[in-house]
Design a protein around this ligand. Structure first.
Ligand code: AMP
Ligand code: GLY
Length: 426
C-alpha cells in the first residue's frame, strides 16, 4: 500500500517512524515533512493546507491510505476531500473535527450529554462577556473558540486582567477569527493528564496516559507553549480514575458525537484535570498530541497501519491495542526565545550519536529542522528536536532522555531541566 502522511512536526516524525515499520507499506510520502522524516518517507513540498494539490498528488501516486496528523487541515476538512476523491484517509471528517475546532461546540456537547467539565458560558458579544464577568469568581479562564496554536487560553487573576483579555480576544483579535466567539469558564485546580484514544465512530480504545509540560520555563513558569516535554505513562492516572473516565467521559463523548450525526473516526485526545471533585475535561483535541505521540508511539506494539484501518473500517472492537511496560520521557530542545522570537538556521550536531543508540531506546524526533546546502541539519523552528528515551522506569527513561539531549548541540539550544523530575523515583 502507498501511504501519504500530512504534517511536518515531531508528532509526524514519530508517526513516520512507526508507519515505516509496517510491512504493509510500499511507497511512503510525507507532505511537507522535515529533515528527520526524510529518513523514512519521500518528502514532497506541498503544505498541509494546500488541499487541491494534496488530493491531486494522492491520486497520481495511487495512495491507499492518507494519514493527517495536524489540527488545521483536519478542522478544515482535508479528510472529506480525500474521501470525496476515493482515497482512504485516517482522521476525523470536518463535522467531527469540530470537537477540537470549536471550544464552544465542545462545551455545549459536554453540557448536553452530562460529561464532567468546568462551568462555562459562550459569548459572541464582548459587552455580554463583560457583563457576565461581574458575576464570576476569580481566577477565571477565557478561551478563544477556534484553533490558536494552543495559545488562545488566558487565565485571568482579577477583573482588570479579564477585561483586557476580552478585548484582546474579541476586539483586537489577537488569535484572529478564533476569537469571534469566546468561552468563559471556571478555573479548575488539580493535576493535568492527557489520554489519547483511537476511535472508529463507535468503539473507543485508549492509549497509555501521559503528562505534558506546557510552560516554557522550569517550575512551570513562563509562557504557554506547544509542549516542552512529556512522560508516559503517568502514575497519577490510576486504574480507578481510568474506570471513571471510561464510563463518564470517554464512551459518552464517542456516543454523543454519534448521536449528533458526527461520528468520530481517528484520534481523540482528552485533556483532563484531576480535580478534588473527580476528573473533568479541560479540552478535546482531534489528533495525536505533540509531543504526546513521541512518548506513546515508541511503546505501541501493534502495526499502526492495522490500527488505522480498524478505525476506518469500524472494526476497532476486534483489535487488541498493546503497549510495552516501559516508560518514556521526551525533552524538547527549543530555540532560545521560543515561543516569542528566536533565530533559525543554526547547524545541529550529534544526531548520529542518538541514532547509534536507537536499539537501546534512545530517539531524537525532529520538529523544526531542514537540510542545509551541504546536506547538514539546520534548525528551522521554535521547537527544534525532541530528545526521547524509553526505560524500565520513568526515572531511567528520564536519565536517558537528558543524556540524549546532551549529545545534540546547536547554537541557541534551550531546554527545561525539570521534565519528569517529579516522577524520577517512579
Ligand atoms: P487548553 O488549550 O484548553 O488545554 O488550555 C491550555 C492550558 O490552560 C491547559 O492545559 C491548562 O493548563 C489551562 N487551562 C485551561 N482551562 C482551564 C481551566 N478551566 N482551569 C484551569 N486551567 C485551565
Ligand atoms: N501537547 C499538547 C497538544 O498537542 O495539544
Amino acid at each position: 500500500m502507498n501511504v501519504l502522511l500530512v504534517g511536518s512536526g515531531g508528532r509526524e516524525h514519530a508517526l513516520a517512524w512507526k508507519i515505516a515499520q509496517s510491512p504493509k507499506v510500499d511507497a511512503f510520502y510525507c507532505a511537507p515533512g522535515n529533515a528527520g522524516i526524510a529518513e523514512f518517507a519521500e518528502c514532497v513540498p506541498i503544505a498541509a493546507m494546500e488541499f487541491d494539490r494534496l488530493v491531486e498528488f494522492a491520486k497520481e501516486k495511487e495512495i491507499g491510505l492518507a494519514v493527517v496528523g495536524m489540527d488545521d487541515p483536519l478542522v478544515g476538512g482535508l479528510i472529506d476531500r480525500f474521501e470525496e476523491a476515493g482515497i482512504r484517509a485516517f482522521g476525523p471528517r470536518k463535522n467531527a473535527a469540530i470537537l477540537e475546532g470549536s471550544k464552544a461546540f465542545s462545551k455545549d456537547l459536554m453540557k448536553k450529554y452530562g460529561i464532567p467539565t468546568a462551568k462555562y458560558e459562550n459569548f459572541t458579544d464582548p459587552a455580554a462577556a463583560l457583563a457576565y464577568l461581574e458575576t464570576v469568581d476569580f481566577p477565571i479562564v477565557l478561551k478563544a473558540d477556534g484553533l490558536a496554536l494552543g495559545k488562545g487560553v488566558l487565565i485571568c487573576e482579577d477583573m482588570e486582567a479579564a477585561k483586557a483579555g476580552v478585548k484582546q480576544i474579541m476586539e483586537d483579535k489577537a488569535f484572529g477569527t478564533a476569537g469571534n466567539k469566546m468561552v468563559i469558564e471556571e478555573f479548575m485546580t488539580g493535576r493535568e493528564v492527557s489520554v489519547l484514544s483511537f476511535v472508529d465512530g463507535e468503539t473507543i480504545k485508549t492509549m497509555s496516559s501521559s503528562q505534558d509540560y506546557k510552560r516554557a520555563k522550569d517550575g512551570n513558569e513562563g509562557l504557554n507553549t506547544g509542549g516542552m516535554g512529556n512522560f508516559s505513562p503517568t502514575p497519577f492516572y490510576t486504574p480507578e480514575i481510568d474506570a471513571f473516565c471510561q464510563e463518564k467521559i470517554f464512551r459518552p463523548t464517542v456516543a454523543a458525537m454519534k448521536a449528533e450525526g458526527r461520528p468520530f473516526k481517528g484520534v481523540i485526545f482528552f485533556g483532563l484535570m484531576l480535580t478534588e471533585n473527580g476528573p473533568k475535561v479541560l479540552e478535546y483535541n482531534a489528533r495525536f498530541g505533540d509531543p504526546e505521540a513521541q512518548v506513546i508511539l515508541p511503546r505501541l506494539k501493534n502495526d499502526i497501519i492495522d490500527v488505522f484501518e480498524a478505525c476506518i473500517d469500524g472494526k476497532l472492537d476486534e483489535l487488541d491495542l498493546e503497549f510495552s511496560d516501559e516508560a518514556a520521557v521526551i525533552v524538547i530542545l527549543a530555540s532560545d526565545g521560543y515561543p516569542v522570537a528566536y533565530e533559525k538556521g543554526k547547524v545541529i550536531t550529534g544526531l548520529d550519536t542518538v541514532k547509534a543508540h536507537e536499539a537501546e531506546g534512545y530517539y531524537c524526533f525532529h520538529a523544526g529542522t531542514k537540510f542545509g546546502p551541504e546536506g547538514e541539519y539546520l534548525t528551522n523552528g521554535g521547537r527544534v528536536l525532541g530528545a526521547c528515551a524509553t526505560g524500565k522506569t520513568l526515572g531511567e527513561a528520564r536519565k536517558k532522555a537528558y543524556e540524549a539531549a546532551g549529545w545534540v548541540s546547536f547554537e541557541n539550544k534551550y531546554m527545561r531541566s525539570d521534565i519528569a523530575k517529579e516522577v524520577e523515583n517512579m
